[in-house]
Ligand binder design. Sequence first.
Ligand code: ZN
Length: 320
Amino acid sequence: MKNLFQFSRLIMGIVFAALLFSGFSAIATEKKGSKESKKIKVLLVDGQNNHNWAKTSPIMKATLEKSGRFTVDVATAPPRGKDMSKFRPKFKNYDVVLSNYNGQDWPEATQKDFEEYVKAGGGVSIIHAANNSFPKWKAFNEMIGLGGWGGRNEKSGPYIRLRDGKFVEDHSKGRGGSHGRQHPFSVTHHVPDHPILKGLPKKWLHARDELYDRLRGPAKNMKVLATSFAAKSHGGTDEHEPIIMTISYGKGRIFHTPMGHSPHSMLCTGFQFILLRGTEWAAKGKVTFKKIPKNFPTEDKVSLFDPIKGEVPAEKKKKK
Ligand code: ZN
């Protein structure tokens, strides 16, 4: 009897030790994984665009991942004209969808997935020509607030114009979307306390880019955070054009910037920092990038950085 008692105590001891050990290892595993699992999961969508998506997607991916805050998967759609019916990325597995896509309509099921994802609180980042896509998809146009081309006109919604310090709707007839010649241009902040803009200079010089003007759309639940003046001397509208916007759709948050025409435009450290903050805000509703980078552009000086090579690019020959 005594032996049996000792034996059962031994067994209990082993079981206890095993439980303790497995408990410890579970904690250890969790700790190890927590840094990765805390990262914001981004799905970058590309594959069709009248712009150099094959060059610009890697710049955005490197910008996001090298910040240490994001992991980026890429969903590349089949080329234009190929069978799109199987293109159905799993939006729901991500915190934010970053669109570098301007192409054919997605299959209906994919559109429905996307609408449900955003309604339920999914984040979206819209970059440059991504706002040209899907002119007939009502929900998408509500998400982006403003868009251009693809037959957009007064039926798509108003222009948004800055008048006496306020943004007003202009329902006059006319095309949606145009631009003048590429040039470096100033970005002016109108909501400096917004988490995406906080602490940044109120005016800074963006690297050579295409300045979209005359965008139009439903502009519902949209806040214009920043504008750029499209000077007539560069073929623009002589208007302060929306250049950074936030939109809400259902529970979802959308960050939208028409900046980012070319790889060069995306080497702008201002674009990169706004992309980081905007994408984080769309995913989480807050911004943890508090510290302003030392190389952020100033009011009169462009600042470039190549996030893939991790260096300041050599000055290219100036196009006139
Ligand atoms: Zn462009």
